[in-house]
Write a protein that binds this ligand. Structure first.
Ligand SMILES: [Zn+2]
Length: 418
């Protein structure tokens, strides 16, 4: 069915434009042009949907429940948080995984995320025996996404050592067998795409990294990995391999144009050069990295090298794309002692760069999936803002509450109470 919307404004990374109509059909935008006839959307702006490029849906269960020191951990950090996360992971079964993921993905849609990349590493029963369906937990996540209507990139994640037994596979072959079956299952489920991931260089040895890189290359799949989130992880890599995590990724063929390195918090100049050389991208998760006390990535070095950047809500301490983008810029400001830091060449404001990072595109355009959000222009945070300042006001002064509705594949999948 073909529909044309005529909102008050259409937002792109450069600002807000009036008198524009957006037409979509069969899940795709087919025309963006001068407003003529169509369904009026008074008091609304249309914007591309945000892409949440790094999620562990089950960790939504930690929200608010781990914000205290435990008596045996007066020093609380990423590693003590991880013990609590493992306890939660131990408790999941396919039903609770699906329920938690549905809640998490529904909340994402209400915040303006229309697409999620799920980094999924809870695979087997808690006693490490396999479910009859090897992909029972991965399918629970995929079905949750289908039920709420969010677009999903599902990354069954390889885990060889450490962690808890239910994360692990015996060999790369055992892992690929599961991924093959999942890809076949997902093939006719349009809003679900399957990629691959290695958990980290802590959890996956060199030979596995090489095998995963090869598999992803043969099948042209997205390939993700956590790297450089914690100084200890870098020390351990240097001890085991004599080089840093991203250097190891380069050596094993893991870096390429479809590779995303999640965090890169402590990446040094050479590691950034390697990411740039291999045209790999970085996913930053500011609210999680702040919550865990991880640190903050070298955002200016990433911008300067033209390394593509995306955002993720990771453990879902908070689900708000505007806040992720705001933290990205304001943390860069705190570090630099300057204002307007993440400004791309030829631009004067960080807002366009931040929005391209959050949307993974610059605007609604023909051929793109009809994934967009309706922004309510009435809330007090933005009701007095001139159109030319609206996108900056959204990034710096507003949040998820302005999202009135989210559309995926041309279908309305979330609408707030008017
Ligand atoms: Zn993560």
């Amino acid at each position: 069915m073909r529909r044309t919307f005529v909102p008050d404004l259409v937002l792109d990374s450069n600002g807000a434009v009036s008198n524009v109509a957006v037409t979509f059909e069969d899940g795709r935008i087919v025309e963006v042009g001068p407003a003529t006839e169509g369904e009026r959307l008074p008091g609304r702006a249309l914007a591309p949907g945000f892409v949440n490029d790094h999620s562990h849906a089950f960790q939504r269960g930690l929200r608010g429940r781990v914000e205290h020191r435990s008596s045996d951990h007066l020093h609380d950090d990423f590693w003590t948080w991880r013990e609590k996360m493992y306890e939660l992971a131990e408790s999941m079964d396919p039903d609770s995984m699906q329920r938690t993921a549905e809640r998490c993905y529904g909340e994402m849609l209400s915040a303006g995320y229309t697409s999620v990349t799920e980094f999924h590493y809870v695979h087997h029963r808690s006693d490490a025996t396999h479910y009859d369906d090897l992909n029972a937990l991965a399918k629970a996540v995929a079905e949750a996404a289908e039920n709420v209507g969010i677009r999903l990139v599902l990354l069954p994640t390889a885990y060889a050592r450490g962690g808890i037994p239910r994360f692990r596979d015996a060999s790369p072959e055992a892992y690929f067998e599961r991924v093959d079956a999942l890809r076949e299952w997902a093939a006719d489920r349009a809003p679900v795409e399957v990629g691959v991931a290695a958990h980290s260089v802590r959890a996956v040895p060199r030979g596995w990294l090489e095998s995963l890189a090869e598999y992803a290359r043969i099948h042209s799949l997205p390939l993700h990995i956590h790297a450089d989130e914690q100084p200890r992880e870098i020390e351990e890599s240097e001890e085991e391999h004599g080089i840093k995590p991203i250097e190891l990724l380069a050596e094993t063929g893991f870096l390429g144009p479809r590779t995303t390195v999640v965090h890169a918090t402590h990446a040094d100049e050479n590691e950034l050069d390697l990411l740039s050389k291999h045209d790999s991208s970085v996913c930053v998760c500011p609210t999680t990295e702040g919550n865990l006390g991880d640190g903050f990535l070298p955002a200016e070095g990433i911008l300067k090298r033209g390394i593509r950047l995306s955002i993720g809500s990771d453990q879902h301490a908070r689900l708000d794309p505007f806040e992720e983008l705001r933290e990205l810029e304001t943390n860069a400001r705190r570090l630099a002692g300057r204002r307007n830091v993440l400004v791309a060449e030829g631009e004067t404001s960080p807002t366009p760069y931040l929005l391209r990072t959050g949307w993974q595109r610059d605007r609604l355009k023909p051929g793109a999936p009809a994934d967009f959000v309706e922004i309510d222009l009435a809330p007090p945070e933005i009701s007095d803002i001139e159109p030319e300042h609206l996108t900056s006001a959204l990034v710096f002064g507003a949040g998820r509450d302005v999202v009135a509705a989210s559309w995926v594949n041309g279908q309305c999948v979330y609408r707030g109470e008017a």
